[in-house]
Design a protein around this ligand. Structure first.
Ligand code: TMP
Length: 241
């Protein structure tokens, strides 16, 4: 089926979600479009959609084997992933292993400072508000997730970190921090969205060179090359993790 022949359910900054003939499923289509600073900055990262789709698929498969329920159902093409249809919880869950980005700004600690025990942060997924940070009381007040759901999300986010950090370390990549989104399907929760250089900070383990979207956010150059490097390290020459 041609991409434009099916019903578009949602278009975000980096992905389009399409309906399918199979109830309870959707297709995530990964674009090359990149935005930063709540879409104040816009650009294109050639080949990003393919990298993010393939890398997310590999990491979701790995997480599934480790017992983390994800929305991933299969890879349809270079840019298309078949997913369980989720009702996305409007919380961005961030896990941090090393100080960077907004945590460096908030605390005054130098970027690159190690964090002994991984940190979990919650942000309100709201473009008009610019994704402000929330605590658990705010989440309860806003009714975004019930306390047991939030507890599960925190636990699962740390479990994802415990699986992905060594997996990426074996490939010479330091998992500095990452963002997760969760959603509901029926009475169950699943990990959704994507896990890619758009949503993770990944540094070369030896040189600490940034190999993620910070190259785009901060105009560091070599953006496409960094995405391709991560792709090669995660998927290997065979294209399979
Ligand atoms: P931060 O340091 O800017 O708070 O970002 C923490 C992590 O979350 C980093 O890996 C990038 C990712 N992230 C997103 O995926 N989407 C966003 O909108 C932002 C601000 C960060």
């Amino acid at each position: 089926m041609k991409a434009d022949a099916r019903e578009k359910l949602y278009e975000g900054k980096a992905k389009i979600v399409y309906a399918t003939d199979r109830p309870g499923t959707v297709i995530q289509y990964f674009k090359d479009d990149a935005t930063a600073f709540n879409a104040l900055k816009r650009g294109t990262i050639l080949g990003k959609g393919v990298v993010n789709n393939r890398m997310s698929a590999a990491l979701f498969e790995r997480l599934g084997k480790a017992g983390v329920p994800t929305h991933y159902l299969g890879t349809l093409s270079d840019r298309e992933m078949l997913c369980r249809r989720l009702d996305i919880i409007k919380i961005e869950t961030i896990v941090r292993n090393v100080v960077a980005g907004s945590l460096a700004k908030r605390t005054g600690l130098e970027e690159g400072t190690a964090i002994r025990q991984p940190i979990v942060e919650l942000y309100y997924k709201s473009d008009p508000l610019g994704d402000p940070m929330l605590n658990e009381d705010h989440v309860r007040m806003l009714g975004l997730a019930r306390p047991p759901e939030l507890a599960w999300m925190r636990r699962t986010a740390l479990r994802v970190n415990a699986v992905l950090r060594p997996f990426l370390a074996r490939r010479g990549l330091l998992l500095v921090d990452f963002k997760l989104e969760f959603g509901r399907a029926g009475r169950r929760l699943y990990l959704g969205d994507e896990i890619s250089p758009d949503t993770c900070r990944l540094w070369d383990a030896a040189t600490r060179k940034k190999l993620d979207k910070d190259r785009f956010r901060r105009d560091l150059g070599g953006v496409e090359e960094a995405y391709q490097e991560v792709y090669r390290r995660v998927l290997g020459p065979s294209g399979r993790a």
